[in-house]
Write a protein that binds this ligand. Structure first.
Ligand code: ATP
Ligand code: MG
Length: 281
Protein backbone atom coordinates (compact mmCIF):
# COMPACT_ATOMS: atom_id res chain seq x y z
CA UNK A 1 0.00 0.00 0.00
CA UNK A 2 1.11 3.51 -0.73
CA UNK A 3 1.03 6.06 2.06
CA UNK A 4 1.01 9.10 -0.25
CA UNK A 5 -1.86 7.80 -2.39
CA UNK A 6 -5.06 9.81 -2.30
CA UNK A 7 -6.93 6.96 -3.93
CA UNK A 8 -5.67 3.43 -4.49
CA UNK A 9 -6.82 0.12 -5.90
CA UNK A 10 -5.24 -2.80 -4.09
CA UNK A 11 -5.23 -6.25 -5.74
CA UNK A 12 -8.36 -5.24 -7.62
CA UNK A 13 -10.10 -7.48 -10.13
CA UNK A 14 -13.20 -6.95 -12.19
CA UNK A 15 -15.42 -8.94 -14.55
CA UNK A 16 -18.68 -7.80 -16.08
CA UNK A 17 -21.66 -10.08 -15.50
CA UNK A 18 -21.05 -13.54 -16.97
CA UNK A 19 -18.00 -12.16 -18.76
CA UNK A 20 -14.32 -13.03 -18.46
CA UNK A 21 -12.06 -11.10 -16.08
CA UNK A 22 -11.33 -7.66 -17.55
CA UNK A 23 -8.86 -6.66 -14.84
CA UNK A 24 -6.89 -8.95 -12.55
CA UNK A 25 -4.98 -8.13 -9.40
CA UNK A 26 -4.46 -4.48 -10.24
CA UNK A 27 -2.52 -2.24 -7.89
CA UNK A 28 -2.97 1.40 -8.81
CA UNK A 29 -1.93 4.09 -6.36
CA UNK A 30 -2.64 7.66 -7.38
CA UNK A 31 -0.35 9.96 -5.38
CA UNK A 32 -1.83 13.26 -4.23
CA UNK A 33 -1.09 16.16 -6.55
CA UNK A 34 0.26 14.06 -9.45
CA UNK A 35 -1.03 14.05 -13.01
CA UNK A 36 -1.38 10.53 -14.37
CA UNK A 37 -1.98 9.43 -17.97
CA UNK A 38 -3.65 6.03 -18.32
CA UNK A 39 -2.79 4.34 -21.60
CA UNK A 40 -3.72 1.06 -23.25
CA UNK A 41 -5.26 -0.34 -26.39
CA UNK A 42 -9.01 -0.40 -27.11
CA UNK A 43 -10.70 -2.84 -24.76
CA UNK A 44 -7.72 -3.08 -22.40
CA UNK A 45 -9.85 -1.92 -19.48
CA UNK A 46 -9.07 1.79 -19.07
CA UNK A 47 -12.70 2.83 -18.69
CA UNK A 48 -13.35 -0.09 -16.34
CA UNK A 49 -10.35 0.91 -14.22
CA UNK A 50 -11.50 4.54 -14.01
CA UNK A 51 -14.98 3.42 -12.97
CA UNK A 52 -13.47 1.27 -10.22
CA UNK A 53 -11.40 4.23 -9.08
CA UNK A 54 -14.40 6.54 -8.89
CA UNK A 55 -16.79 4.03 -7.32
CA UNK A 56 -19.16 3.51 -10.26
CA UNK A 57 -18.12 -0.14 -10.27
CA UNK A 58 -17.18 -2.20 -7.25
CA UNK A 59 -14.17 -4.53 -7.60
CA UNK A 60 -15.11 -8.23 -7.41
CA UNK A 61 -11.81 -8.88 -5.67
CA UNK A 62 -9.40 -6.58 -3.86
CA UNK A 63 -10.36 -3.17 -2.58
CA UNK A 64 -10.39 0.55 -3.09
CA UNK A 65 -8.77 2.87 -0.56
CA UNK A 66 -9.45 6.57 -0.24
CA UNK A 67 -7.09 8.73 1.80
CA UNK A 68 -5.74 5.66 3.55
CA UNK A 69 -9.08 4.07 4.42
CA UNK A 70 -10.96 1.25 2.70
CA UNK A 71 -14.03 2.50 0.87
CA UNK A 72 -17.25 0.99 2.16
CA UNK A 73 -19.80 0.73 -0.60
CA UNK A 74 -22.66 1.96 1.55
CA UNK A 75 -24.28 5.34 1.24
CA UNK A 76 -21.84 7.20 3.50
CA UNK A 77 -18.81 5.56 1.88
CA UNK A 78 -19.96 6.34 -1.63
CA UNK A 79 -20.81 9.94 -0.72
CA UNK A 80 -17.30 10.38 0.72
CA UNK A 81 -15.86 8.89 -2.46
CA UNK A 82 -17.97 10.97 -4.85
CA UNK A 83 -17.25 14.27 -3.18
CA UNK A 84 -13.52 13.51 -3.43
CA UNK A 85 -13.23 11.78 -6.80
CA UNK A 86 -15.10 13.08 -9.86
CA UNK A 87 -15.31 11.06 -13.05
CA UNK A 88 -15.98 12.55 -16.47
CA UNK A 89 -17.09 9.68 -18.67
CA UNK A 90 -15.94 9.02 -22.22
CA UNK A 91 -19.24 9.90 -23.93
CA UNK A 92 -20.69 13.28 -22.85
CA UNK A 93 -24.20 12.02 -23.69
CA UNK A 94 -23.88 9.58 -20.78
CA UNK A 95 -23.07 12.48 -18.46
CA UNK A 96 -25.26 15.43 -19.44
CA UNK A 97 -28.88 15.20 -18.42
CA UNK A 98 -30.22 18.67 -17.57
CA UNK A 99 -32.03 20.84 -20.11
CA UNK A 100 -29.39 23.58 -20.34
CA UNK A 101 -25.64 23.80 -19.90
CA UNK A 102 -25.92 26.09 -16.87
CA UNK A 103 -28.43 23.77 -15.17
CA UNK A 104 -26.26 20.77 -15.83
CA UNK A 105 -23.11 22.32 -14.40
CA UNK A 106 -24.96 23.71 -11.35
CA UNK A 107 -26.56 20.39 -10.44
CA UNK A 108 -23.56 18.94 -8.59
CA UNK A 109 -22.61 22.08 -6.64
CA UNK A 110 -26.28 22.55 -5.68
CA UNK A 111 -26.31 19.06 -4.20
CA UNK A 112 -23.28 19.92 -2.07
CA UNK A 113 -25.57 22.28 -0.17
CA UNK A 114 -23.73 25.45 -1.19
CA UNK A 115 -25.47 28.82 -1.15
CA UNK A 116 -27.00 30.10 -4.37
CA UNK A 117 -24.21 32.63 -4.69
CA UNK A 118 -21.49 30.01 -4.24
CA UNK A 119 -23.19 27.80 -6.82
CA UNK A 120 -23.33 30.70 -9.29
CA UNK A 121 -19.64 31.40 -8.74
CA UNK A 122 -18.65 27.79 -9.24
CA UNK A 123 -20.73 27.55 -12.42
CA UNK A 124 -19.41 30.71 -14.05
CA UNK A 125 -15.83 29.84 -13.09
CA UNK A 126 -16.16 26.37 -14.65
CA UNK A 127 -17.90 27.63 -17.80
CA UNK A 128 -15.25 30.32 -18.18
CA UNK A 129 -12.44 27.79 -17.73
CA UNK A 130 -13.84 25.56 -20.48
CA UNK A 131 -14.55 28.57 -22.69
CA UNK A 132 -18.29 27.88 -22.90
CA UNK A 133 -19.69 30.81 -20.88
CA UNK A 134 -21.64 31.89 -23.97
CA UNK A 135 -23.40 28.52 -24.04
CA UNK A 136 -24.81 28.71 -20.52
CA UNK A 137 -28.47 28.94 -21.57
CA UNK A 138 -28.23 26.64 -24.56
CA UNK A 139 -30.06 23.29 -24.49
CA UNK A 140 -27.42 20.57 -24.09
CA UNK A 141 -28.91 18.44 -26.88
CA UNK A 142 -28.33 21.20 -29.42
CA UNK A 143 -24.61 21.47 -28.74
CA UNK A 144 -21.87 20.08 -30.95
CA UNK A 145 -19.94 17.05 -29.71
CA UNK A 146 -16.93 19.10 -28.59
CA UNK A 147 -19.21 21.58 -26.84
CA UNK A 148 -21.00 18.74 -25.01
CA UNK A 149 -17.63 17.33 -24.03
CA UNK A 150 -16.58 20.67 -22.57
CA UNK A 151 -19.90 21.01 -20.73
CA UNK A 152 -19.46 17.57 -19.16
CA UNK A 153 -15.94 18.46 -17.99
CA UNK A 154 -17.16 21.80 -16.62
CA UNK A 155 -19.70 19.91 -14.49
CA UNK A 156 -16.92 17.94 -12.81
CA UNK A 157 -14.59 20.93 -12.48
CA UNK A 158 -17.36 22.87 -10.69
CA UNK A 159 -17.31 20.22 -7.94
CA UNK A 160 -13.73 21.15 -6.98
CA UNK A 161 -12.81 17.50 -6.50
CA UNK A 162 -9.51 16.44 -4.92
CA UNK A 163 -9.16 13.91 -7.70
CA UNK A 164 -10.45 14.57 -11.20
CA UNK A 165 -10.71 11.47 -13.38
CA UNK A 166 -11.18 12.03 -17.10
CA UNK A 167 -11.91 9.32 -19.67
CA UNK A 168 -10.44 10.45 -23.00
CA UNK A 169 -11.27 14.12 -22.43
CA UNK A 170 -9.42 15.42 -25.49
CA UNK A 171 -11.04 13.04 -27.98
CA UNK A 172 -13.23 15.16 -30.24
CA UNK A 173 -11.87 18.51 -29.07
CA UNK A 174 -10.35 20.82 -31.67
CA UNK A 175 -6.71 21.92 -31.15
CA UNK A 176 -7.77 25.11 -29.38
CA UNK A 177 -10.12 23.12 -27.16
CA UNK A 178 -7.33 20.68 -26.29
CA UNK A 179 -4.93 23.49 -25.40
CA UNK A 180 -7.63 25.18 -23.37
CA UNK A 181 -8.34 21.96 -21.50
CA UNK A 182 -4.65 21.38 -20.78
CA UNK A 183 -4.41 24.93 -19.44
CA UNK A 184 -7.42 24.26 -17.19
CA UNK A 185 -5.81 21.03 -15.97
CA UNK A 186 -2.53 22.85 -15.31
CA UNK A 187 -4.45 25.39 -13.23
CA UNK A 188 -6.10 22.59 -11.27
CA UNK A 189 -2.75 20.89 -10.77
CA UNK A 190 -1.28 24.15 -9.45
CA UNK A 191 -4.11 24.32 -6.91
CA UNK A 192 -3.31 20.78 -5.75
CA UNK A 193 -5.88 18.74 -7.68
CA UNK A 194 -4.84 15.22 -8.65
CA UNK A 195 -5.75 14.40 -12.24
CA UNK A 196 -6.01 10.99 -13.89
CA UNK A 197 -6.68 10.93 -17.62
CA UNK A 198 -7.21 8.01 -19.98
CA UNK A 199 -5.88 8.84 -23.43
CA UNK A 200 -4.58 7.25 -26.62
CA UNK A 201 -2.41 10.27 -27.28
CA UNK A 202 1.15 9.38 -26.26
CA UNK A 203 2.47 12.83 -27.19
CA UNK A 204 -0.06 14.44 -24.92
CA UNK A 205 0.80 11.98 -22.15
CA UNK A 206 4.52 12.73 -22.41
CA UNK A 207 3.96 16.44 -22.40
CA UNK A 208 1.27 16.70 -19.76
CA UNK A 209 1.61 13.84 -17.28
CA UNK A 210 3.98 13.29 -14.36
CA UNK A 211 3.30 9.57 -14.34
CA UNK A 212 2.02 7.04 -16.83
CA UNK A 213 -0.05 3.96 -16.12
CA UNK A 214 0.01 1.48 -18.98
CA UNK A 215 -2.45 -1.42 -19.20
CA UNK A 216 -1.37 -4.54 -21.06
CA UNK A 217 -2.46 -8.16 -20.83
CA UNK A 218 0.36 -8.55 -18.28
CA UNK A 219 -1.27 -6.03 -15.97
CA UNK A 220 -0.68 -2.40 -15.10
CA UNK A 221 2.73 -0.73 -15.18
CA UNK A 222 3.09 2.67 -13.54
CA UNK A 223 5.98 5.09 -13.20
CA UNK A 224 7.32 8.47 -14.30
CA UNK A 225 6.03 9.10 -17.81
CA UNK A 226 9.35 9.66 -19.60
CA UNK A 227 10.80 6.36 -18.38
CA UNK A 228 7.74 4.27 -19.16
CA UNK A 229 7.15 5.70 -22.63
CA UNK A 230 10.78 5.05 -23.57
CA UNK A 231 10.25 1.31 -23.01
CA UNK A 232 9.73 -0.07 -26.52
CA UNK A 233 8.65 -3.53 -25.31
CA UNK A 234 5.97 -1.95 -23.16
CA UNK A 235 4.81 0.31 -26.01
CA UNK A 236 4.56 -2.74 -28.28
CA UNK A 237 2.62 -4.73 -25.67
CA UNK A 238 0.18 -1.85 -25.28
CA UNK A 239 0.14 -1.21 -29.05
CA UNK A 240 1.22 2.37 -28.48
CA UNK A 241 3.18 4.53 -30.85
CA UNK A 242 6.53 5.89 -29.70
CA UNK A 243 5.91 9.49 -28.65
CA UNK A 244 7.18 12.15 -31.05
CA UNK A 245 9.46 13.60 -28.36
CA UNK A 246 11.04 10.21 -27.70
CA UNK A 247 11.76 9.73 -31.41
CA UNK A 248 13.35 13.19 -31.62
CA UNK A 249 15.43 12.61 -28.48
CA UNK A 250 16.72 9.34 -29.94
CA UNK A 251 17.84 11.02 -33.17
CA UNK A 252 19.56 13.78 -31.17
CA UNK A 253 21.25 11.24 -28.89
CA UNK A 254 22.40 9.06 -31.81
CA UNK A 255 24.08 12.12 -33.31
CA UNK A 256 25.70 13.10 -30.04
CA UNK A 257 23.66 16.27 -29.74
CA UNK A 258 21.96 15.20 -26.51
CA UNK A 259 23.71 13.61 -23.53
CA UNK A 260 22.58 10.12 -22.46
CA UNK A 261 20.81 11.37 -19.33
CA UNK A 262 19.61 14.66 -20.79
CA UNK A 263 15.85 15.06 -21.30
CA UNK A 264 14.87 15.81 -24.87
CA UNK A 265 12.25 18.27 -26.10
CA UNK A 266 8.66 17.06 -25.73
CA UNK A 267 6.93 19.41 -28.16
CA UNK A 268 7.85 21.23 -31.39
CA UNK A 269 8.02 24.44 -29.32
CA UNK A 270 10.49 22.86 -26.90
CA UNK A 271 12.56 21.61 -29.85
CA UNK A 272 12.72 25.14 -31.18
CA UNK A 273 13.86 26.47 -27.79
CA UNK A 274 16.39 23.67 -27.47
CA UNK A 275 17.78 24.33 -30.97
CA UNK A 276 18.04 28.06 -30.26
CA UNK A 277 19.92 27.38 -27.02
CA UNK A 278 22.30 24.95 -28.78
CA UNK A 279 23.12 27.31 -31.66
CA UNK A 280 23.73 30.14 -29.16
CA UNK A 281 26.24 28.05 -27.22
N1 ATP B 1 -20.93 -3.03 -19.69
C1 ATP B 1 -20.14 -4.01 -20.12
N2 ATP B 1 -20.57 -5.30 -20.15
C2 ATP B 1 -19.78 -6.31 -20.56
N3 ATP B 1 -18.50 -6.14 -20.99
C3 ATP B 1 -18.02 -4.89 -20.99
C4 ATP B 1 -18.79 -3.75 -20.57
N4 ATP B 1 -18.05 -2.64 -20.68
C5 ATP B 1 -16.84 -3.06 -21.16
N5 ATP B 1 -16.82 -4.40 -21.33
C6 ATP B 1 -15.67 -5.19 -21.81
O1 ATP B 1 -14.58 -4.98 -20.90
C7 ATP B 1 -13.34 -4.85 -21.61
C8 ATP B 1 -12.68 -3.53 -21.24
O2 ATP B 1 -13.47 -2.46 -21.71
P1 ATP B 1 -13.15 -0.93 -21.39
O3 ATP B 1 -14.30 -0.13 -21.88
O4 ATP B 1 -12.78 -0.81 -19.97
O5 ATP B 1 -11.86 -0.72 -22.30
P2 ATP B 1 -11.09 0.64 -22.71
O6 ATP B 1 -9.64 0.39 -22.45
O7 ATP B 1 -11.71 1.78 -22.04
O8 ATP B 1 -11.33 0.70 -24.28
P3 ATP B 1 -11.43 2.00 -25.29
O9 ATP B 1 -10.03 2.42 -25.59
O10 ATP B 1 -12.10 1.42 -26.49
O11 ATP B 1 -12.25 3.06 -24.61
C9 ATP B 1 -13.68 -4.99 -23.08
O12 ATP B 1 -13.40 -6.31 -23.48
C10 ATP B 1 -15.17 -4.70 -23.14
O13 ATP B 1 -15.76 -5.41 -24.20
MG1 MG C 1 -12.64 3.48 -22.70
Amino acid sequence: MNASAVVELVGAGYAYEDGPAVLRDIGFAVPAGRSVALLGRNGSGKTTLLRLLSGGLRPVSGRLRLEGRDVSYDRAGLTRLRTTVQLVVQDPDDQLFAASVGQDVSFGPMNLGLTEREVRERVSEALEALDIAALEDRPTHLLSYGQRKRAAIAGAVAMHPRVLVLDEPTAGLDPHGQERLLAVLDGLRASGTTVVMATHDVDLALRWADDAAVLTSEGLRTGPVAGLLADQALLDAARLRRPWGMAVARVLRDRGLLGPGEAGPRTPEELEEWAAAVTDR
